[in-house]
Structure formats: C-alpha cells, structure tokens
Design a protein around this ligand. Structure first.
Ligand SMILES: Nc1ncnc2c1ncn2[C@@H]1O[C@H](COP(=O)(O)OP(=O)(O)O)[C@@H](O)[C@H]1O
Ligand SMILES: [Mg+2]
Length: 361
C-alpha cells in the first residue's frame, strides 16, 4: 500500500496543503514546529481514525476554524486505487468516507490502510506501564482482525457495566446475582482476546529476536511472553479458556466487590520481555532499548504484511537521529540501513527527520 496523494485542510498548523507522495521513501525535514509530525499524524488518522497524540479531535482543528478535513488517495500493492476522506466538525463529529461512501462502523474500516507508527514515544512499549503494551497489541490486532476489534469493544463495554455494578453492590443498591450475565460476556470476549494476543505474541517474540540479532550484531536472545492472570495452557480452545475465566470471576466476587473493580482479565495483562532470560527493561542500556523497539516495530510490520497481504505504511517520526548504533549521516546510508535490517519489504516509508540527514554530523 502507498499514499499517492494527501490533502490536508485546517489541521494543526496546516491551513491547506496538497502533497503527491512517492511509492517508496518519503523524507520530510525542516525546523521545529513546521508541521512535519502533523503531516504524519494526518496519515495515521486516515489509517486508524484516532490521533497518536491527542484524544480530542477538537484540539486537532486549526485555531479559529470549526472543522478539519483529510483526504488520502491510496494505492494497494496490486494498484487498486481508492480514496479515504475524514471530515471532522465541532457540530457534526467525525465522518469517514471510503470512495465517497460513508462508513458507519469503524470495524468496517480499520485495516483498510495497514500502518505502523514509530517515534521516540514508542519506547513506552518497553519502559512504560502495562497499558502501553496492551495498546500496542490491540492496535496491531484490530488492524488484522475485525473479530478482535469487535470482541475488544464488547469486552470493554461489559467490563465497564460490571464495574459499575460492583460499585452498586458495594453500596447495597444491587444484588450480586446480577453479576452473572456480565461475567458470561466478559469471559466469552475476554477468552477471544486472550487467545488472539497469545498467538500474536508468539509470532512477535520469534521475529523480534531475529531482528534484534541483526540490528545489534550480537547473539543475545530476546524472548517476549504474554503474561496473563488467566492461565492459558497450550492447546486450550476459547471454550475452555472461557469456562476457566468465568469460574475465576465467580470465585472472586468478594474481593471484586470490596475493591469495586474486576481483578482478573486481559485488561490487566502485560508482556514480559527478556534478554538472555533477564527482564529487558531492568537491565538494558538506552541503545538496547532503542534497538529493541525498532525490532518490535519491524516485527509488527511483518505481521501486518503476512496477515493483510499488503505492505503497511511505515510512519517514522524522527527516530534515526537518536539511534546510537546506526550512523545516519546520509540519505543513502539510511536507505541501506533499511534494506539490510528492515522488514522483508522496503517500500512505503514516510520518514520525518528534524534536519536533512546529511547535516547531521
Ligand atoms: N490546533 C492547532 N492549531 C494551530 N496550530 C497548532 C495546533 N496544534 C498544534 N499546533 C502547532 O503546530 C505546530 C506544528 O507542530 P508539529 O507538527 O509537531 O511540528 P514539527 O513536527 O515540524 O516539529 C506547533 O508549533 C504547534 O504549536
Ligand atoms: Mg515533530
């Protein structure tokens, strides 16, 4: 997949621009605050509907306006050309159009434009709290499976309802027998989520280990494990995970009511990342952290490619300049770096750099 053209109106500090993009590498460079990240952000929104740096679309509208519009003209790897338009206004909210036809459900759209995004903030996947790691898995799986996205939406909604009910039961406004119908939904969708995540982590662990060796030129073993508080044994199907999970919820009524939240389930899970058997984040150097995050992102790109049969857009915001191990002293060396170490495909990269690479040293 690649973006042939993007048109941006009233978005961040951009009043109006129209850009033709190349189907290989696109480099943007310029001074601080010129709007480079905003261009990347608009492409990210065309792919995933939400921004990576704001939860409020109102903040994205250029000051003194009441709407923004993003139009992307995309081409699939097989040259199928289509248009995506996102129009947000303060009065009407967000509207998504695929070839002028309005999309009513986000789950019918996510995954049309597979993408990965990498910035220095991506380091939070290693160093940040567990929610960053869950979000990383969720964004990847939502792009490859509408079923996952649906299960995740239904799980979150059932969990909110259950937690609300726990509050009411604690305040003696409701009876604990009303928990069971939510428990069943949580166990059903939660089991789906667990199995999806367990499988993708197996894939990522293997790929990340390979990329890490290639990038660091060392023989360290990287392993990523999915750490769930619902135990999954090998070969269990979603039915038996669901039954196990349901029992766990029922057994913990007393503590859940006491704490007014649901203790067990994928909303509390995490990833464990190990280097040679030791916790990565506790022992790794800054350079190793960056190498790992790049390996993880390359693996994410490979996973998208394997599942969508479409090369994802690789959106990179100012990362090479910070990567110790890699000399990025020219456009050429950046390109060679990608060819040598990156995913099995090398196209569709939109790359932001603070300065033109050759000025870097
Ligand atoms: N809603 C908005 N309206 C107008 N300007 C904005 C808005 N949001 C952010 N900005 C400004 O847009 C500029 C561009 O930011 P950014 O895209 O992050 O720049 P770069 O990546 O080139 O350093 C910043 O100066 C920021 O203050
Ligand atoms: Mg920037």
């Amino acid at each position: 997949m690649f973006i042939k053209n993007i048109s941006i109106k009233n978005f961040r500090n951009i009043k109006e621009i129209n850009l033709d993009l190349n189907n290989n590498y696109n480099f943007f460079y310029g001074l601080n605050g010129q709007g480079k990240t905003s261009i990347l952000e608009s492409i990210y929104i065309l792919s995933l509907i939400k921004s990576f740096r704001s939860n409020s679309d109102r903040l994205l509208i250029n000051h003194n306006n009441d709407n923004y519009e993003l139009i992307g003209l995309l081409s699939s790897d097989k040259n199928h050309v289509f248009q995506v338009r996102i129009y947000f206004s303060t009065s009407d909210g967000k509207n998504i159009f695929l070839n002028s036809e309005r999309i009513n459900k986000i789950s019918n759209f996510i995954g049309e434009i597979p993408s990965i995004f990498l910035s220095l903030d991506s380091l939070s996947v290693i160093n940040g709290d567990p929610s960053f790691r869950r979000k990383f898995l969720d964004i990847l799986l939502c792009q490859t499976s509408p079923l996952y996205l649906k299960s995740l939406q239904l799980y979150k909604s059932a969990l909110n309802q259950r937690n609300q009910l726990l509050n009411n039961i604690y305040a003696r406004l409701d009876d604990r027998r009303s928990l069971l119908s939510w428990d069943e939904q949580i166990a059903k969708y939660g089991a789906e989520i667990l199995l999806f995540r367990t499988r993708v982590v197996e894939y990522l662990s293997h790929k990340t280990n390979n990329f890490y060796k290639k990038l660091s030129k060392k023989n360290d073993e990287i392993e990523i494990q999915y750490n769930s508080n619902i135990e999954i044994e090998n070969g269990l199907n979603s039915g038996s995970v669901k039954d196990y999970y349901l029992n766990k919820l029922i057994q913990n009524y007393d503590t859940d009511i006491e704490r007014k939240f649901t203790k067990f389930g994928p909303h509390r899970d995490d990833l464990i990342i190990l280097k040679n058997g030791y916790s990565f984040k506790d022992f790794a150097s800054t350079g190793e952290n960056k190498t790992l995050v790049l390996s993880l992102k390359f693996s994410e790109a490979e996973y998208l490619y394997a599942n969508k049969k479409e090369k994802p857009l690789l959106l990179m915001d100012d990362i090479f300049g910070e990567l110790d191990e890699v000399r990025t002293d020219s456009l050429l060396s950046l390109t060679i770096f990608w060819l040598k170490t990156g995913p099995s495909f090398h196209e569709n990269i939109i790359y932001i750099h603070q300065r033109f690479p050759s000025q870097d040293h």
